[in-house]
Ligand binder design. Structure first.
Ligand code: NAD
Ligand code: UGA
Length: 391
C-alpha cells in the first residue's frame, strides 16, 4: 500500500488529504501535526476546520485509510510520499518584516524529513502552488484577483458619492468578455490567509529587485482594502449620530467569507476593532467561528493572527466589550445597529421584521456584503446602508 504523510493538519493539509483518502482507498494517508489540540480535534466529532461536506468525508475515511497523528517522525519515516503544508505566514520581525514569508516552519519540517530518512534515499521534490507553473505565478494570480476587488471597492466609494449603484456598474463592466463577471463584488474588504500575504510578498520581491514603483503599485491594492474597512467603520459611526459609545452593535458574520470558520485577515477584525475604538459594545454571531477564536483575534497584534496559537509566546487578554452569541436574533436584540460582515446564506433569510421589533430605534443596518434586499428592509423601518449604493 502506498503511504502518504502530510505534515501540517491545517486548512490545506486536512481537507486535501481527506479528499485524497476518499478518492484513493488503496492509499494510506497520515496527516501529522505538532499541535496536539489540532490533532485531537481531527480525531473528535468537532473537527478543527469547517467546510461544507468535510465532516462526512472525514467520518467515512478516518480509521480506514485516513489517520491523524502527532507522531510526526514515525509517519514521515514510513511514507513513500511526503506533503508539506505547514504555515508560511508574513514575517513579524527581522529582514522583510511585515512583507516576506516566514519560512521557519517550512525549513524545520524539511530538516526533520532529512533527519528521519534513511541514508542513501534520493528525493524528488515537487512544488505545488495550485497547479501553476512558477511560484511567482501564484503571487501574480492572487494579486490580480485582489486588485479586482480593490478596484470595485474603490468604485463603490465613488458610487456612494455620486448616487450610482456599484452592482449595476460591476454588472456592466463584467459583461465585457475581456474583463468577465467574476470577482467584482464590492464588499467591506477582502480577507483570508492568502491575498494580503501574497501581495506583501510580491511587494517585498519587487523591492529586493530594485523596483520600488512596481512595489508601490501593488501596495495600493492593500491600501484601498484598508481604506474600505475604515470607510465602513466611519459610515457606522457617522450614521449613528457620530457616537457609538456604549451602544450595542450586532456583528453578523466574522469569518473572512461564507462556508468557512477561517478568520485569518478577516475584515471583521478591523471593523470590530474600529468600533471598539469608538467604545461600542459588540454582540457577535457567526455560524462557524467560536467565541475563543473571536476573542483571540480581537486581542491580538495584526501580524500575529496567522501564527498558530500554540506557537505564540504571549497569551491573549480578554476583551470585555465583546460578547459572542450563537444566534442572530440574540445578537441583534436591543441593538442600535447591525453590521453584516460575512455573506452567510442564512443572513439572507432572517426574519428582519422580528429583528426590527427587538432593536432600539432608529434601527440601522450596515450591509458590508450587499446580500439583503435594502428596499424591503427600508419598508420595515430600518435605515439601511449598503456598500456602493444610494442611501
Ligand atoms: P495552517 O496554519 O492552517 O496549518 C499549518 C499547520 O502546520 C499548523 O497546524 C501547524 O501546527 C503545523 N506545523 C507547523 N510546523 C510544523 C512542523 N514542523 N511539523 C508539523 N506540523 C507543523 O496553514 P494552511 O492554511 O493550511 O496553509 C499551509 C500552506 O499552504 C501555507 O504555505 C499557505 O500559504 C499555503 N496555502 C494556503 C491556502 C489556504 O487557502 N489556506 C491555499 C493555498 C496554499
Ligand atoms: C484565494 C484565491 O481565490 C484562490 O484561488 C487561492 O487558491 C487562494 O486564495 C490561495 O492562495 O490559497 P481564498 O482566499 O480562500 O482564495 O478566498 P476568495 O474566494 O478568493 O476570497 C478572498 C476574499 O475576497 C474574501 O474575503 C471574499 O469575501 C473577498 N471577495 C471575493 C470580495 O470581497 N469580492 C469578490 O468579488 C470576491
Amino acid at each position: 500500500m502506498v503511504k502518504i504523510c502530510c505534515i501540517g493538519a491545517g486548512y490545506v493539509g486536512g481537507p486535501t488529504m481527506a479528499v485524497i483518502a476518499l478518492k484513493c482507498p488503496s492509499i494510506e494517508v497520515a496527516v501529522v501535526d505538532i499541535s496536539k489540540s489540532r490533532i485531537a480535534a481531527w480525531n473528535s466529532d468537532q473537527l478543527p476546520i469547517y467546510e461544507p461536506g468535510l465532516d462526512g468525508v472525514v467520518k467515512q475515511c478516518r480509521g480506514r485509510n485516513l489517520f491523524f497523528s502527532t507522531d510526526v517522525e514515525k509517519h514521515v519515516f514510513e511514507a513513500d510520499i511526503v506533503f508539506v503544508s505547514v504555515n508560511t505566514p508574513t514575517k513579524t520581525q527581522g529582514l522583510g518584516a511585515g512583507k516576506a514569508a516566514d519560512l521557519t516552519y517550512w525549513e524545520s519540517a524539511a530538516r526533520m524529513i532529512a533527519d528521519v530518512s534513511n541514508k542513501g534515499i534520493k528525493f524528488q521534490i515537487l512544488s505545488n502552488p495550485e497547479f501553476l507553473a512558477e511560484e511567482l505565478s501564484k503571487l501574480a494570480a492572487n494579486a490580480f484577483l485582489a486588485q479586482r476587488i480593490s478596484s470595485v471597492n474603490a468604485m463603490s466609494a465613488l458610487c456612494e458619492a455620486t448616487g450610482a449603484n456599484v452592482q449595476q456598474v460591476s454588472y456592466s463592466v463584467g459583461t465585457d468578455s475581456r474583463i468577465g463577471p467574476k470577482f467584482l463584488n464590492a464588499s467591506v474588504g477582502f480577507g483570508g490567509s492568502c491575498f494580503q500575504k501574497d501581495i506583501l510578498n510580491l511587494v517585498y520581491i519587487c523591492e529586493c529587485n530594485g523596483l520600488p514603483e512596481v512595489a508601490e503599485y501593488w501596495k495600493q491594492v492593500i491600501k484601498i482594502n484598508d481604506y474600505q474597512k475604515s470607510r465602513f467603520v466611519n459610515r457606522v459611526v457617522s450614521s449613528m449620530f457620530n457616537t457609538v459609545s456604549n451602544k450595542k452593535i450586532a456583528i453578523l458574520g466574522f469569518a473572512f467569507k461564507k462556508d468557512t470558520g477561517d478568520t485569518r485577515e478577516t475584515p471583521a477584525i478591523d471593523v470590530c476593532q474600529g468600533l471598539l475604538g469608538d467604545k461600542a459594545n459588540l454582540s457577535i454571531y457567526d455560524p462557524q467561528v467560536t467565541e475563543d477564536q473571536i476573542q483571540r483575534d480581537l486581542s491580538m497584534n495584526k501580524f500575529d493572527w496567522d501564527h498558530p496559537i500554540h506557537l505564540q509566546p504571549t497569551s491573549p487578554t480578554t476583551v470585555k466589550k465583546v460578547s459572542v452569541v450563537w444566534d442572530a436574533y440574540e445578537a441583534t436584540k436591543d441593538a442600535h445597529g447591525l453590521c453584516i460582515l460575512t455573506e452567510w446564506d442564512e443572513f439572507k433569510t432572517l426574519d428582519y421584521q422580528k429583528i426590527f421589533e427587538n432593536m432600539q430605534k432608529p434601527a440601522f443596518v450596515f450591509d458590508g456584503r450587499n446580500i439583503v434586499d435594502a428596499d424591503k428592509l427600508r419598508e420595515i423601518g430600518f435605515i439601511v446602508y449598503a456598500i456602493g449604493k444610494p442611501l
